[in-house]
Design a protein around this ligand. Structure first.
Ligand code: SOE
Length: 382
């Protein structure tokens, strides 16, 4: 069994745990949280044998091979650094860190450590996103001249919606772009096989002041009705529109928003090529729309028997047995742990997102924020 520790047990830590248990040969032996009490309570509830309140103590756990960093954004860089310095394989939540400078340093440290490194960009691992990328690789889409779409949520719609992600010190200078725009960019670059090299952004804050519950709130929290609030100023964007250019001169745009009523987690994209168009929506993940000029459009579903052979294994059940987010999460960790088993260091265009991809998206976020601030096109600086 591969022994694993998880740092942070809020919204996302348990999702990692569940996916890891589905892999079969991976054992989560320890959890770490900010207090021993919180760590022990979570460890008991999740049936994990050991609990720690410090990263150093967790890293010293006998036989530990891999560590998952599931902490809030402002802790990502320091903890990723600590894990690498301990020589452990590392799987980090996104964003990889808070700045491009930290990203450069982490890539260098990861290369020096010679370990397997991964970042949680999960959307490229859905079966029909894999199918879209496979069709592009096989030339079925022709030459791609345009890519567009959006990532919309509504969990920040109300003035009383507040959690650590809103605070720039904990979440970072960018919120909506870094939190969900990062996923959109990783997904579109994976599907098209092209890098975004220039951006022009216009970001907006809908609530310049929000009412924060004084009792604290977690991501995706619902208002209990009895909460007490205090006013807090907001400097991070609720929504934004971004124009971009790929390395080969082809173009695109996307819109991100966490204030779109009714949209829960709607990442969608469309690519237009000389042979056909492809479109996908995360909330109906089993469908890939194939748009055609000279014959009827098609709706392909995630039936392994109908998918391209090189990606059919990313759907695990016969067609009609709908797979979704937890299954994509399992695919992502399945690929990362295959590299751990083989002792194979990630390459720049790997099947799972590595620190290379995490860093690339950090450079993109920095360029988007700069473009908005300066109201002009900005080049992405690796
Ligand atoms: C919150 O916006 C969030 O949980 C993101 O942090 C995730 O990365 C995204 O997958 C869903 O929404």
């Amino acid at each position: 069994m591969i022994k694993v520790g998880i740092i942070g047990s809020g919204f996302i830590g348990p999702a990692h745990l569940e996916a890891l248990r589905r892999l079969g040969d991976v054992e989560v032996v320890a959890l770490c949280d900010s207090t021993l009490d919180a760590a022990q309570q979570k460890a008991r509830a999740l049936n994990v044998p050991h609990a720690y309140d410090s990263v150093a103590a967790l890293l010293a756990h006998p036989g530990l091979q891999v560590v998952h960093n599931c902490t809030p954004n402002h802790l990502h860089a320091a903890i990723n650094r600590q894990i690498l310095q301990a020589g452990k394989h590392v799987f980090s939540e996104k964003p990889l860190c808070m700045t491009g400078e930290e990203a450069r340093e982490l890539v260098q440290l990861a290369e020096q450590a010679g370990v397997v490194h991964g970042v949680s960009f999960v959307y490229r691992q859905f079966a029909m996103v894999q199918q879209a990328a496979s069709m592009r690789r096989a030339g079925s889409v022709g030459s791609i001249f345009s890519a567009h779409g959006s990532y919309l949520q509504d969990w920040m719609l109300l003035e009383t919606d507040y959690n650590w992600r809103v605070d720039a010190k904990q979440g970072g200078a960018s919120r909506t772009v870094a939190d969900i725009g990062s996923h959109w960019c990783d997904t579109i670059q994976f599907v098209t096989g092209k890098q975004i090299v220039e951006v022009m952004a216009d970001l907006s804050i809908v609530w310049p002041t929000r009412k924060a519950s004084v009792t604290g709130a977690a991501t995706f929290n619902q208002d209990s009705g009895n909460a007490r609030y205090e006013d807090r100023p907001v400097s991070t964007e609720d929504m934004g529109s971004i124009l971009f250019r790929f390395e080969d001169g082809s173009k695109g745009c996307f819109h991100v928003s966490q204030v779109s009523a009714g949209r829960k987690n709607r990442l969608n994209f469309e690519i237009n090529g000389s042979a056909c168009s492809l479109a996908w929506d995360q909330e109906i993940p089993q469908h890939l729309w194939v748009g055609q000029r000279s014959q009827p459009n098609q709706l392909l579903s995630d039936d392994p028997g109908l998918m391209n052979a090189d990606v059919a294994a990313s759907a695990h059940f016969p067609g009609g047995h709908i797979e979704g987010w937890p299954d994509a999460f399992k695919n992502m960790l399945g690929q990362f742990y295959q590299a751990v088993r083989e002792g194979r260091k990630p390459v720049r265009s790997d099947t799972f997102a590595s620190f290379y991809d995490g860093a690339n998206v950090m450079y993109l976020i920095e360029a988007i924020v700069k473009s908005h601030q300066q109201q002009r096109w900005v080049r992405v600086e690796p």
